[in-house]
Design a protein around this ligand. Structure first.
Ligand SMILES: Nc1nc2c(c(=O)[nH]1)N[C@H]1C(S)=C(S)[C@@H](COP(=O)(O)O)O[C@H]1N2
Ligand SMILES: [Mo]
Length: 201
């Protein structure tokens, strides 16, 4: 058996679970916002799903909390190359919202939009199957405003720019409609395991 001991210095050992080109940010949780953090309270917050759906719907804070609770424990990966391991978010699975609005078969993509105007584009398939959440808790406490509180989108298997903070809604479409970063050359899907950072990757 080979055991390497005494590995010291500033080189970062590649740890399992770290996608290519990423580093482990440890306990740090950098804040990345294109906007000023809005003053948004739970009483102001709403979440709407519309577009190619049978029944467009808007939930307020209480209605959204009436859906079954769902948690994520795992990792997140920002395209600027930090990853964070073992984060814990809680909220509601997006499947629960989509079950209510019933997407048309023609819906292939979604634009997620924030109460601030930030947008992100995602394939609809990445928002289903228990892989996406509306999250309002982090580590058992209310999600901090700078991290998207009262509630943010969480799609942890894609680069974190897809996880729109201060989420206001999703519009389902039958085509890709580039959002804030996608319009600036970032990838339509953004799978960290395939290093889909920029369009063309
Ligand atoms: N509304 C909004 N959501 C956003 C962003 C943003 O600028 N505005 N930045 C994205 C990017 S690039 C990342 S890495 C994460 C950062 O989330 P954090 O600040 O909680 O780490 O939010 C994403 N969601
Ligand atoms: Mo990011």
């Amino acid at each position: 058996m080979n055991v390497t001991r005494g590995f010291t210095g500033h080189a970062r050992a590649h740890r399992p679970g770290l996608p290519p080109g990423q580093y482990d940010a440890g306990d740090d949780w950098p804040v990345l916002s294109a906007e000023v953090t809005p003053e948004l309270t739970p009483a102001d917050w709403t979440f709407r799903v519309d577009g190619l759906v049978a029944e467009p719907r808007t939930w307020d804070w209480d209605a959204a909390h009436g859906l079954p609770a769902s948690a994520y424990e795992g990792d997140i990966h920002c395209v600027t190359s930090w990853s964070k391991f073992g984060v814990r978010f809680a909220g509601v699975s997006l499947d629960a919202f989509l079950d209510v609005v019933r997407p048309h078969g023609s819906a292939t993509h979604a634009v997620a939009y924030a109460h601030t105007g930030y947008t992100a584009s995602l394939p609809l398939a990445d928002l289903t199957g228990g892989r996406a959440w509306i999250a309002w808790e982090y580590d058992g406490a209310p999600l901090a405003a700078e991290h998207g509180g009262p509630a943010r989108l969480l799609v942890p298997h894609l680069y974190f720019w897809k996880s729109a903070k201060w989420i206001a809604g999703l519009t389902l479409l039958d085509h890709e409609a580039p959002g804030f970063w996608e319009q600036n050359g970032y990838h339509a899907r953004g799978n960290p395991w395939e290093e889909q950072r920029y369009s063309g990757d």
